[in-house]
Design a protein around this ligand. Structure first.
Ligand code: HEM
Length: 510
């Protein structure tokens, strides 16, 4: 019988040890060469300035993207190095306003980076939503979903917005007697109630119960996880490897959420069919069976060339709207209230405008608030000083290169622009740190800032081009309505100075 001794195995162990050392040193060698190349004059982006480490490797940008404070670092890099900077070996950030249409509204479109939103559902439970869809698919989805978000659609869903903004004020009036209130939470609750009703026909009851509903809470946590997973994917590690590493709890939560969201849309669609079958309702029946207006109904109604959104497409886009439609507007409301409280002059002027215009809270409607110039200017100024999207998803330069800000950018480069650093730039705005809605008023809006441009020309908080924010009009209508109701009902002030509120902000999507 043959037996193997430790002595016999030694040569193999030594051999495999050396194989590993060689593989590792080759890998490290290539890595060093790549880093040296990235910072060398041979690199096609070498003329764009930026910190050495950021030009050498994607690690700093990815790390700060995953931790939500990338915007602060890009702002610092622009302040130090100028309007066009290199923030990763293959990525540039621009602040020249002329670059907006060149990046986000060029024909053909520049493809969107694949590392910013949730990658396509690998299990294909639901199809891609518009935010990740390919350009061709995206055009079809926007054509069918877009009309639901126009002013006519918003007017139809106004009763829902009215109901929840009144409920917010009523609930706050009770809560205020208990002491100071965290308005960031209250805005989140209110906006989630609105969006649950509009996009999934669900009553989340956040305001009534003074808590977040598990669905939007889950979507918020997914947003943060996705930011991290996407950055890991950047280093060539596929989702197939990453998903099994997710905890059992996370996978269960995801399954659970997708099942309940699918069921909610199914029930909503069944209601639509029942109503269609019943035909015209009359009398009491009409009152009881009255349709609740919502975005699902508006999206379903839209039929173009014999085509409408399918049930799974409605589900995918409803989930997207729940994820993107509440956090955003509630953040805008929190920032508006914070800056109003910090700037008593503006608070007083706005409160005067609102209280002198409306005799009762019921008079405050979407149409009426759209006609208040100082209110409109205040929300615009809030989006300048605290834009909800700190920067817009990078686009990729296609084959053959593309001209931006007068320079030919080589193919394969990621390019982006950011509201955060543009809105706060002294090059673009007089006293950018001052919260001054007057910059947006008609009398001043033709006044050019230091760069010779009007405010509107410099900032695009909802992005621009075919992939801009579909919810822009809804978000602005909600922000004006809720701000007007709050300031009509309440006198508000900060509980303490809250000096780090702005600095503590984190942005995980862009
Ligand atoms: C103040 C509030 C909001 C801001 C500042 C904002 C901003 C943006 C921005 C900048 C984008 C482009 C994303 C990118 O390419 O990086 C976007 C896309 C989008 N937003 Fe908003 N948003 C707001 C509110 C809303 C609301 C209320 C909804 C829905 C009810 C919504 C739904 C969407 C959707 C579905 C997209 C993807 C559009 C597409 O890819 O065609 N947003 N938003």
């Amino acid at each position: 019988m043959a037996s193997t001794t430790a002595g016999d195995l030694l040569p193999y162990a030594v051999f495999s040890f050396w194989i590993w050392i060689s593989v590792l040193s080759t890998f490290l060698g290539l890595l060093v060469l790549k880093v040296l190349y990235n910072v060398s004059p041979l690199h096609p982006l070498h003329k764009y300035p930026g910190p050495l480490l950021w030009r050498a490797s994607r690690l700093p940008a990815s790390y700060h993207h995953a931790t939500g404070d990338l915007y602060k670092h890009i702002a610092r890099i622009h302040a130090q190095y100028g309007p066009s900077v290199r923030i990763a070996p293959d990525e540039l950030s621009f602040t020249a306003p002329s670059a907006w249409p060149q990046i986000y509204n060029s024909r053909p479109q520049l493809p969107k980076s694949q590392f910013h939103f949730a990658p396509p559902d690998t299990s294909r439970r639901i199809p891609e939503s518009m935010i990740t869809a390919s350009d061709r698919e995206h055009t079809r989805l926007r054509r069918l979903a877009g009309p639901a978000f126009l002013n006519s659609g918003i007017a139809e869903v106004e009763p829902v917005l009215q109901h929840y903004s009144e409920l917010l004020c009523a609930q706050l009036a009770v809560a205020c007697r208990e002491g100071s209130q965290n308005m960031v939470e209250w805005f989140l609750w209110a906006l989630n109630d609105v969006i649950g009703q509009l996009a999934l026909d669900q009553e989340f009851q956040c305001l009534e119960e003074r808590r977040m509903h598990p669905w939007p809470s889950f979507l918020l946590s997914v947003l943060k996880q996705t930011a991290m997973l996407n950055q890991i994917r950047r280093f060539g590690i596929s989702l197939k490897v990453l998903v099994p590493l997710m905890s059992k709890k996370m996978i269960e939560e995801r399954e659970n959420f997708l099942n309940t969201a699918t069921m909610a849309v199914k029930q909503r669609l069944a209601r639509e069919e029942n109503e269609a079958e019943k035909g015209e309702l009359i009398g009491d029946e009409k009152e009881r069976g009255k349709k609740r207006p919502d975005i699902v109904g508006l999206m379903l109604r839209e039929m173009k060339g014999g085509e409408r959104l399918t049930e799974p497409e409605v589900t995918a886009n409803s989930v997207l709207i729940v994820g993107g439609g509440a956090e955003t507007t509630s953040t805008c409301l929190s920032a508006t209230l914070y800056h109003l409280c910090k700037t008593p002059r503006v608070m007083q002027k706005l409160q005067d405008e609102i209280r002198q215009t409306f005799a009762t809270s019921e008079d405050i409607t979407i149409k009426a608030t759209a006609n208040l110039p100082y209110l409109k200017a205040t929300i615009d100024e809030s989006l300048r000083i605290f834009p909800v999207a700190s920067y817009i998803t990078p686009r990729m330069i296609p084959k053959g290169g593309h001209v931006i800000d007068g320079e030919m950018i080589p193919e394969g480069t990621y390019v982006s622009m950011g509201q955060w650093y543009m809105g706060r730039s002294e090059r673009l705005f007089e006293n950018p740190k001052e919260f001054r809605p007057e910059r947006w008023l008609e009398s001043e809006s033709d006044i050019k800032g230091p760069a010779g441009l009007t405010v509107d020309e410099v900032l695009k908080p909802f992005s621009l081009g075919p992939r801009n924010c579909i919810g822009k009009l809804l978000a602005l209508a909600e922000a004006r309505l809720v701000t007007a109701k709050l300031l009509w009902h309440f006198d508000m002030e900060l509980d303490g100075e809250q000096p780090t509120w702005v600095d503590d902000a984190r942005f995980y999507v862009s």
